[in-house]
Design a protein around this ligand. Sequence first.
Ligand code: UDP
Ligand code: MG
Length: 308
Amino acid sequence: MLSVVIPAFNEKENILAVVSETADVLQGAGIAFEILLVDDGSQDGTFEAIEAAAGADARVVGLRLSRNFGKEGAIMAGLANAAGVACAVMDADLQHPPALLPAMYKLWQEGAMVVQGVKSSRGAESRIQRALANLFYGMMSRFAKVDLRAASDYMLIDRKVVDILAGLPEKTRFFRGLSVYYGFSQAKVEYAVKPRQAGKTTWSLTGLISYALGSISSFTALPLQITTFLGLVMLAVFVALGAQTLFNYFTGNAVEGFTTVILLLLFIASAISISLGIIGHYLAKIYEEVKGRPVYVVEKTVGLKRNM
Ligand code: UDP
Ligand code: MG
């Protein structure tokens, strides 16, 4: 059986469409399936829509989280409760075309453990968004050695990978990166991102930036070395200016150099602040992880036959 995990946050108008389209596609392809909708603390009656869908079709299962935990938490809640031998993860807004599922399933049957949906076009995006996305993916592949260019959260993964992800102790999750990070045999399926079916995206630019920073720091500690690098630069400046200053002192003209003092002060202050900021970011990460709070809390379920 294939489990299709769908995180949904304020997606009332999309539930019916995404469920019926997914069910039609999978039924048409002769694939046994369950659709696991995770209501990520929606305020718009998404769970009522899920309950209605589950009432109409026994293959539909719903989970409601106790509050909005974010997409990553919702995906994890879905994976942890999925029963299938393979799990697909898909957006609720039909930007990830369900029509692709049979092709992904086929690649999985042929032995791929992780089947990535790859964006052939990124859909409607502003130039800034695209530039930031490229910067992010560039940093991820250079520092963290996971190539996520064009990758998306549309994926189909084997039970083995699901169990690894669900069993991870870490709290800052980056599903897309994690599923690729653990290796296994990978396969790719291209798709064009469609416009949202209904509703609005809940991602703001600042939200995306902090998501990107969090994802980078949960994969690599390399930015911490920027501190070391800045220290080395300051050391080089010290050696050069120190020699000059001493020379001036012993030759008896040591009064000038106020400009140098101002510039040095500014340079040192910004270098120290940046370093502290980076260290603080990782410290906050450690704090989050050490607290060990759950990534999601399930409030209620509908149609779930298994014990939680
Ligand atoms: N989502 C979620 N929790 C959140 C934000 C989003 O479960 O806090 C879900 C949302 O319902 C959708 C998917 O994540 O199914 C992608 O969200 P969205 O379409 O807003 O993002 P975009 O397509 O712009 O990346
Ligand atoms: Mg979307």
